[in-house]
Design a protein around this ligand. Structure first.
Ligand code: GH3
Ligand code: MG
Ligand code: MG
Ligand code: MG
Length: 309
């Protein structure tokens, strides 16, 4: 599901530019006094808190509160902590969400059973405020690190396939609201199989990294670049028409073609082809991708090393 977030906001989150986003902690406890106490402690440590006193409302709350961690009571009247944890673990997006129980339960067997459903830790009451802050901070920090690894492609450092698709959806929705234009370029390295076959896979990887660098360095800050697949990359450009986008992509194509690679003591060069399509002419993400892909295919057929619309 795509949330109605602003593109700039999402990009800030994904690239950790702008002010660091405070950790978002969801506290689930049927006792409002207990929940308020934890909330106060964590808020004074700079975290953003949401309290849920009814566990059955947690899945709904998590849809718009992007939690880094859930702090959960063990015994609640309508639904126990472990029951809720089990439900959350069945939702794909919350598989990695840290769930920590806070309870006065000291029986090791009961604690173990509660953890077995897929929770991450158990804090036994009474818990010192400093300890609560430390435990929550460390786990939320680790969650953020894992998330940042999950959004990027490890070879090029660009956004990965899933992230670029999510960004395209959000960018198109945002342009729909603001009336801005949007262009998508799909680019694909020419005869890349021959690079691998001639110079080896590691050299092929060097070419992909160099292309990633060229794209990142030469594009505007507002342009979004991702590795769509093997040697295929996607560029989302907003606020310009398709002819302007073609100008940018042609300049990129020329600067990449000018990069000299070295392998086995010999120099070689690489090129890429690109296909462009524009929103609102294509007003749905898959139609836009399909149109850009079709233009890319034409660019290949027409002899490669060119950008077609
Ligand atoms: P065309 O000009 O028509 O695009 O030809 P091509 O050889 O580039 O296209 P093809 O689809 O035949 O080959 C793509 C190759 O890219 C095959 C695959 O092994 C290679 N490849 C995909 N991902 C990677 C990667 O991460 N590293 C390296 N070195 N090669 C990769
Ligand atoms: Mg309780
Ligand atoms: Mg390809
Ligand atoms: Mg190719």
């Amino acid at each position: 599901p795509v949330k109605a977030v602003e593109l700039a906001e999402l990009l800030d989150q994904l690239t950790s530019r702008g002010a660091p986003d405070p950790y978002h902690i969801l506290i689930v406890d049927d006792d409002p006094d207990v929940a308020q106490f934890y909330a106060m402690v964590l808020e004074s440590a700079g975290m953003t808190i949401r309290v849920a006193s009814e566990p059955e409302r947690v899945p709904g709350i998590l849809e718009d509160f992007d939690a880094d961690l859930v702090l959960m009571d063990l015994y609640m009247p309508k639904c126990s902590g472990p029951e809720l944890a089990r439900v959350l673990r069945q939702i794909p997006g919350y598989l990695g969400l840290p769930i920590i129980y806070v309870s006065s339960e000291t029986d090791a067997r009961r604690q173990f059973k509660a953890l077995q459903v897929g929770a991450d830790g158990f804090l036994t009451k009474p818990i010192e405020p400093e300890r609560l802050v430390t435990e929550v901070h460390l786990r939320a920090e680790r969650m953020r690190t894992l998330r940042s690894l999950m959004i990027r492609d490890s070879l090029t450092g660009l956004f990965n396939h899933n992230t670029i698709l999510q960004l395209l959806k959000v960018a198109m929705a945002s342009c729909q609201r603001s009336g801005r234009l949007l262009c998508l370029a799909m680019i694909d390295v020419d005869h890349f199989k021959a690079v691998n076959d001639t110079h080896g896979h590691p050299t092929g990887d060097q070419v992909l990294m160099a292309l990633g660098r060229t794209l990142r360095l030469r594009l505007r800050e507002s342009d979004i670049v991702g590795r769509y697949g093997g040697e295929e990359f996607a560029v989302i450009m907003t606020g310009l028409d398709v002819d302007q986008a073609k100008g940018i992509m042609d300049a990129l194509r020329e600067s990449f073609a000018a990069v000299t690679f070295m392998a086995d003591g010999a120099e070689f060069h690489c090129t890429f082809s690109g296909g462009l399509a524009a929103f609102p002419e294509y007003d749905d993400p898959s139609a836009l991708i399909e149109a850009a892909d079709a233009a890319l295919y034409q660019a290949k057929r027409a002899g490669r090393n060119r950008i077609l619309i």
